[in-house]
Design a binder for this molecule. Sequence first.
Ligand code: ATP
Length: 877
Amino acid sequence: MQYYHQPIDVVLKELDVSFRDGLTSEQVEKRLQQYGLNKLKEAKKKSNFQRFLDQLKDPMILILLVAAVISFILAIIENDPKSFFEPILILVIVILNAIIGVLQENKAENALNALKKMTTLQARVIRNGKEELINAEDLVPGDLIRLEAGDVVPADARLIRSVSLKSEESALTGESVPSEKDAEAIVKKNAPLGDRIDMVYSGCSITYGTGLAIVTATGMDTEMGKIANLLNEADNAQTPLQLKLAQLGKYLGILALACCAIIFVVGLLNGQQPMELFLTSISLAVAAIPEGLPAIVTVVLSIGVTKLAKKQAIIRNLPAVETLGSASVICSDKTGTLTQNKMTLVKAWVDGDQDIVDITTDDPKEIKELLKLGTLCSDGSIVFVDGKETSIGDPTETSIISAARKNGMTKEELNKKYPRLGEVPFDSDRKLMSTINKMDDKLVVITKGALDSLIPRLASGDVEKAKALNEQMSKNALRVLAIASKEIDALPDQINSESIEHDLHLKGLVAMIDPARPEAKEAVALCKKAGIRPIMITGDHVITASAIAKELGILNPGDLAITGVELDDMSDSELDGKIDQISVYARVSPENKIRIVKGWQRKNQVVAMTGDGVNDAPALKAADIGCAMGITGTEVAKGASDMVLMDDNFATIVYAVKEGRGIYANIKKVIGYLLGTNIGEVVTVFMAMLLFHESPLASMQLLWINLVTDSLPAIALGMEPVEKDVMDQKPKPKNEGIFAHGFGVRIILQGIMFGGLALLSFWIGLKTTDTLRGAETMCFITLALSQIVQAFNMRSEHSLFKIGPFGNKRLNGAALLSLFLVMLIIFTPLNIPFNLEILPWNDFFIALALAFVPLVVMELSKAFGLIKHAEAKEYNK
Ligand code: ATP
């Protein structure tokens, strides 16, 4: 049925729904079974087996498998049972490695899926006569839904009521200018989608006004569903770091292949057996390339993201985790983020009076009149849940409603007595809201909002007095709202700001207090310590804003507080000259926010910006880290953000930055660990072939170390708790590479150290043990164990003994398991296929002692300040 072409009553009848009460639970149940959940089909999930096969697709692993097949064929030809060990072992190692990979992938995916669920779209629906908030997935055709500015339309729906409703439908129509909607219209048959002004469509956003609509299609039946197959979902977005690592892997691959070719040729010239040489070369290539790295980085990121979610910061966009760590400017809203958004009306002034009065429970008649007007021009409500007074709606408005209530006027009674006939909703550009009410046979326009926005629309009132009192109250951190009204003869044809918000008479001022969040002060101090500039951006009055900014430590002596209008008057170059000094932007419009973001970005800063309204979406997108409010934020703002603050709290942003730094530091530790140890393996084999004309490590041993024993400590290292001093350092510059400040050089030096020690062990083994196998065993022990020791070294740039050597329980477990796996193939009959043997105790201890040398070297380097990042030293000055 073409619902847009039908009058509302036909639509209601067709969908069998009551206009007042909505659907009943039974109807919903039935329709859910008939139509299914209201969601678009998702791409099929890969099975574990498929994932397992994907793990084997790595070119290096494929080569290894080919090598296993060749060695298997050779074993058949040789017909010696012992020769079968090698191909079987390669298979076992490859399979073990792939299983670890699949487990990690699953863990990462589960974490991300859980997050997705936390940010599912909500819908306000009327069912069984009651309004409720449900997951949009549970909507069915026939459901009555409420819509307001900032909502994302949850399903295709025919409007049955609309007030100044506008919807942005560019995803469907390509038209980016929001189209005006009208529930009363009946659109002609076969009209194109963009012309169906009595419909709203799933996935499009409401940019203005309010509406009531009846769901006509859900899930894949919606217009969005019809094109869903065409939508290119860039779901598995990789972070910049992951992309860089993938590239690094490629370079290392080429380098490794070159090394292998040289080793193969050198070996052949030395008269070594081609098959063993071939396997050693391939194993070395496998050793040189950190195959596990991308997977571990993903795991570290997803674990970090889960941890953040527990602390109320939901990451919507994975790369943001990395960016978070380098945030250098945090632009935060005031109301609700830095303050509690628990508004209480405390003062009022009536036009014509001399003084401000305190709000009580029995105020004079004129004040009551002012509160009455304010309440009529408000949308929130006060309800009693379990006998406790609870406010629903905008706290600015509920504070007025609550004050009126204390004075014996409930909103319900007032609404009944003076019904609302029209309204122009609040928006943060105009900073005003108006209603038209029928009051004792008269039509009265009531407008409330910021005094400075109201003044140009006034016909009478003591403006000078009002301005002075506004300033006086603002200085005490009060939010002041002005209230004005006028009588009109008839309802205008079009109810909008132009038609009614003029020639008003000032009635008075009301002022409310919104106390600062106690944790915000601490968070501001932490920001400053961490080299991050906190900035307040607010729609509120400049004096109120400055008072609170001072209290919180955002506005310091010498800093500037400017208004949006002053910002508009500045050119970009003027702004660039002053931006460092400006700590408070008051009376801003959403457009101002974009300029502030861009201004800081021109200075190469990484900007986090908060936002809640539908108009904030562009600024949230422009910021490096857009943070939407979870409680007061609109769906549109959430959709445009990288991170949602579930508790709307400034301290949560600062916490997220801290975690972001911790996550980045952990990834760096894993990279340092894996690359360093891999270089160690390559150096060992390469140099031994050149120096001793022997390979000190059999291919099996190399694979065992690289694919089995060092993966576990690497994962555990990635879960290292965030170090205490991460917030003592300045933010990482925007484009700084991971290997900056000598980190790359240190990795290479450490690799050379591992190689050198393993070679030394091999050399000693050649001298002291009678067999090549004994020397190989010594080399293996030193190399394998020094890597386990190195995992501990990498935990911190501080001495292990300062942070407590066994503080990472997972690493302790992983190290023990790795140790067990190393000993398993030395002390059990497995030592035969692995070409290892049980050593005399003195040799064993020499090999063991050499494995601990990296601990001593790293501790000394830390003590002499050689490890500490250059940047950290600089910032701690
Ligand atoms: P933030 O600090 O989060 O930017 P804000 O709440 O101060 O927030 P806006 O919501 O844009 O910013 O409000 C700006 C101004 O508009 C307020 O200072 C007040 O004067 C006025 N205002 C706010 N809410 C209403 C409302 N519901 N009705 C009328 N005027 C309002």
